[in-house]
Design a binder for this molecule. Sequence first.
Ligand SMILES: Nc1ncnc2c1ncn2[C@@H]1O[C@H](COP(=O)(O)OP(=O)(O)OP(=O)(O)O)[C@@H](O)[C@H]1O
Ligand SMILES: [Mg+2]
Length: 228
Amino acid sequence: MKKVRKIGIFNNKGGVAKTTSVINLAYSLQKHDYKVLVVDCDTQENCFTFFMSRKDTSNILPTDYKNIHHTTWERYTSIDEQKQAEFNYILFDLPPTISEEVKQIIHHCTVVYVPTILGEFEISGLKKVTDEIHKQNVRLGGVFVTMYQAQNDDEIIEEFRRVLQNRLMKTVIPYSKTVRESQKAGLPIEAYFYEKGVPRTQTSWKIVNAYENLANEIMEANGHENNV
Ligand SMILES: Nc1ncnc2c1ncn2[C@@H]1O[C@H](COP(=O)(O)OP(=O)(O)OP(=O)(O)O)[C@@H](O)[C@H]1O
Ligand SMILES: [Mg+2]
């Protein structure tokens, strides 16, 4: 059976771009021809609603993208290992809480990545998150910064580097107002740019490049070649 990478995207802090990261990572990974299953573990069902193209009662649902399927945690628990192994990546979009169910999902993952925004409270809060991941005997893939704003955040990112050291990932996701626009349009950021005909050279593409870099960092760390 081929090896499926089960990747949790988790932070018990709300609004740090967990769901945004899952959606755009899934999009970047499918471009490398990997089969991706997105599992929405949050009762808010943001991911599920985003990808939902039709009402369906099956456990694994299609999206507008050939290589991305999606489901909820509840449905996922009925999917057997053989079916899971049809995917290269299973991405778990976790809710902002540390409940018993969340612990169980973290435990199920092969590796967990932690998105964070930059702030003093976030530095101290991250310890709780990383401790919980270790408690579940799961590998911490790394912490990555989201919604980075150059002028405001360059001092504090240095503090994060000092505290987290090699656990801080190379990729930094910039703040971009396009994120909300693309979500309003129901599209991953890159698909939204294509739809709007935005040329790839524009600085607004920075965020697309950043999510591509994040996918590359994750693929390299999990033994997958960058095929494109
Ligand atoms: N890079 C970004 N630039 C600007 N806005 C962003 C960026 N990433 C996410 N956002 C916005 O921030 C808000 C929170 O993002 P998201 O829902 O992905 O966070 P979350 O961690 O999944 O939240 P929750 O904890 O509620 O599940 C959303 O309105 C989203 O559009
Ligand atoms: Mg979310």
